[in-house]
Ligand binder design. Structure first.
Ligand code: DX5
Ligand code: ZN
Length: 221
């Protein structure tokens, strides 16, 4: 069964408590939390104080996506702020293996994100160490962008790599995900669907989450 992870970037920060109550009472298992530094990506979002506030308000697994350079400087701080899963970008980590071990040493689950142009083959020698691979289906930095369709092919390739090696990494898809493409992604092997705008900007976010959650049942029945 797949996991739905609403992306808090699209929430209403003037009513964060209300949006977190909605998520707490929904079928979503995770909350996706985007950290942007204005260096790795051309946008700045928020850091530890906001994550600490989110942790107090949200009962779900906090899936923290670090779109920052030199993430190794802050891993322990993000863990202390409440991160349950910490994902770093392949492109931002010349010493990726070391950072993954560092994340695991804090007790958090470790993920690696790939930009749309980065092939899944770069993970061949580290896939066994990963709890999660996040395939970016938009160029990171902004919510509300158009889904890049090549991600479906990439998902299938990564799914093949993971099953051939019998490892446990979950495939997460991030960017432009909604009810219109969830099924094709799940069929290709996705296990975590991140969705910002398609959930928080919908008229009934709770209902959108449960529909996204139920798509798998339909897809595999
Ligand atoms: C993009 C972020 C995404 C973003 C997704 O850089 O990593 O997590 O919040 O937003 P939507 O679902 O609106 O594309
Ligand atoms: Zn993200």
């Amino acid at each position: 069964m797949h996991i739905v992870a609403p992306s808090v970037l699209a929430a209403d920060f003037t009513n964060l408590a209300d949006d977190m109550t909605m998520v707490n009472n929904s079928a979503a298992e995770w909350l996706h939390v985007d950290v942007m530094d204005g260096r790795y990506v051309p946008n700045i979002s928020f850091g530890m104080p906001i994550i600490k506030a989110i942790k107090k308000l949200c009962t779900k697994t906090l899936d923290v996506h670090l779109m920052i350079v030199e993430p190794e400087k802050y891993i322990e701080q993000f863990r202390e702020a409440g991160a349950d899963v910490i994902t770093v970008h392949y492109e931002a980590c010349p010493h990726l293996h070391r950072v993954i071990q560092q994340i695991k040493a804090t007790g958090a689950k470790a993920g690696v994100a790939l930009n749309p142009h980065t092939p899944v083959s770069v993970l061949e020698d580290i896939i066994e160490d990963l709890d999660l691979v996040c395939l970016m289906s938009v160029n990171p930095g902004f919510g509300g962008q158009k889904f890049i369709y090549q991600t479906v092919v990439k998902t299938q390739k990564l799914h093949n790599m993971i099953s051939e090696r019998n490892c446990t990494a979950l495939i997460e898809i991030d960017g432009g995900v909604g009810l219109q493409n969830a099924e094709v992604l799940l069929k290709a092997g996705a296990r975590v669907l991140v969705a910002g705008s398609s959930i928080f900007k919908s008229t009934n976010p709770t209902d959108t989450i449960s529909r996204m959650k139920n798509i798998g049942k339909v897809a595999h029945s």
